[in-house]
Design a protein around this ligand. Sequence first.
Ligand code: NAD
Length: 262
Amino acid sequence: MRSLDGKSAIVTGSTSGIGLGIATGLAGAGARVMLNGFGDADAIETMRGSLAQTHGVDVAYHGADMTRPAEIAALYEAALARFGGVDIIVNNAGIQHVSPVEDFPIDKWDAIIAINLSAAFHLTRASFSAMKAKGWGRIINLASAHALVASPFKSAYVAAKHGLLGFTKAVALEGAERGVTCNAICPGYVRTALVEKQIPDTAKARGISEEAVVRDVLLAAQATKAFVTVEQLGALAVFLCSDAGAQITGAALPVDGGWTAH
Ligand code: NAD
């Protein structure tokens, strides 16, 4: 018997990086998983089939665009139809853009707020009543160390992640007496596509080399001088979904190599 046998999860933005690490962790613990995110259709199908086969669980995929509330509702309905219920949601999809505030493109601001913040509201809104009625639910929001502290040139991201932490606390209070927990995982730097992409932009914004960005910007505050791994975040998500996590709610959980201890 695995800890999440019989549970069903939606993990947004799980075709790569942290979302895929968390989907893998949940499937490994026995949960059925609805994947979501962009990417090559064949590659996603291979990933879906391999997760299902490796862990012996039902794994499905829905391509909802997290900027579109109607598609987020359709994602929830698809998971409900496939699994008969949704016990766990992981609001993970996210994007980044690095630019001084005076030059920050308005469309990038709007997209970051939509994907990194509003999408969590839409999926939580769709699933919350059924979780409360069942008396069991887990909502995990992928925030960031940037939900707790800021860095220059990331105004939209920092605003969205601080907002997501506030949302986490409000939802935690609303679900507290109904067996539904809501927490924010706050990772430091994880070497995913999202981080790889911002290295050249940060180098440009600060006028330094890409090697200097990794050493002096990304890992400068991370006291361990090591990247966080997606497996470590997957294991934390599984723990939060276990019975041992039942009294952890409304929390910001840093997994940041000591960054926010400074
Ligand atoms: P990633 O780029 O590897 O993955 C992002 C995922 O989101 C992909 O599956 C992508 O297809 C999906 N996505 C993007 N836009 C989408 C949209 N409009 N609709 C649906 N899916 C969409 O990034 P990651 O580093 O794994 O980031 C995952 C989450 O973790 C994000 O919320 C990010 O802010 C957060 N985070 C990342 C780090 C880090 O260092 N990588 C640190 C702290 C927090």
